[in-house]
Design a binder for this molecule. Sequence first.
Ligand SMILES: Cc1ncc(COP(=O)(O)O)c(C=O)c1O
Length: 461
Amino acid sequence: MSSKLVGHEIAASTRIHSLINDLVQEVARLEQPIAEIREPDPARADHAKSALAEIGKYRGRPLVYPYLGTGAGHGPYVELEDGSVKMDLINGIGVHILGHSHPKVIAASVRGALSDVVMQGNLEPNHEYSLMGKRLVEVASKNSRLKYAWIATCGTMANENALKMARQKHSPARFVVAMKNAFAGRSTMMAEVTDNPAYKQGLPEYNEVLRIPWYDASEGARSTERTLALFKEHVAKHEKNISCLVFEPMLGEGGYRSAPRDFFVPLLEFCKEKKIAVWADEVQTFMRTGELFAFETLGIGSYIDICTVAKTLQCGATLYTEEYNPQPGLVAGTFAGGSAPLAAGLAILEEMVNGGYMGPNGKIQSIHKDFVGMLNRLNETTCKGLLREAGGMGLMIAVTPLDGGKDTVTQLLHTLFKNGVIAFSCGRDPYRLRFLVPAVMTSKDIAVAEKVIEKSILEMA
Ligand SMILES: Cc1ncc(COP(=O)(O)O)c(C=O)c1O
């Protein structure tokens, strides 16, 4: 018989299990009052102001919002140091898909935190690293040829690894084809792939990215033809010098613009013909569009060579097919992820797979319908014409408010924040009001959001 391992004993310990359970229940008991929007407490104003000023002092600029969390929250609600409770509809830009303080997420984090090490790396991993890779490959390979997963700390790092894999396979091809208004992350190369001059002020142009336009719904099939024609022009000019096409299945930071399957298929067919890697950047769409992967929602999984995920997973990962498995030495890095985040990411993935969220009749599509319906209702009634083009995919929802100008939307975001809802912007010309709605949002919560959005729009109009 094999010897007993202490690590296995800890994992199986009913005493530890019950201690974690007690902790989670006690936190939930204490957090019960965080169940509705609350105004700041004037008695806490000085303390909150100086705590926020401190952040600004040491990072060289203030935060976008006067947001300093106390560490307590409940579902879509979060408590701040100024005593206020806000409805958080941006969730750390899409990280807390199960909202704040979800009991399963806390329990998994605590369990992960009991590991012998805080951070796990690619040289000496523990179980969570192994389980994460296995589970990702299991779910990704259902509707695609993706076969491997390489774990990294964030979306940018997952994207860097993806690009290296595509480039190594198609060496020495230099160019990348990316969408207009794309966003890919904050490293030097991902800033280059990103199409927003404000995010690369003062950086040199590396001239390694070729652009094609995103789908224009007002033009339909003509828009698809134009994009394909431009893609073909790039390829004709740079034959065998293009490693990959990278695209977000729905344009994210670029404005929450979706595109139909028919837009992607000709582009992806052309990639196959020309041996250009197809890389779906699902850093923002993963778990959110009604299926785990947006390539499943769109039915384009068979074309995907590389796919990157992050945010909701609490770590990053690059998924790839057999042909893109890189040579040893190309990808590595000290950190893969923290023991607690890896454990929490696994718990979130399980909940999203098994908790009734996915599919045409799942919770995600129902939240989408209700939330978009609410925005459209306001646009037709009390906020007539002031909330246009509500849409998106699943839990990623945006609307063009008021005149869609940059300053207007910035002011609206601060008005919403003051009134109790945290949102963010996306797109340029027009700037759009963006929501990353948590998957735990109820109809009652949507009704609360409606009141705040209505009040804020009317205050601004
Ligand atoms: C589509 C997309 N790619 C990459 C990234 C970068 O991910 P991270 O911020 O985790 O580095 C983001 C982040 O918003 C994103 O939306």
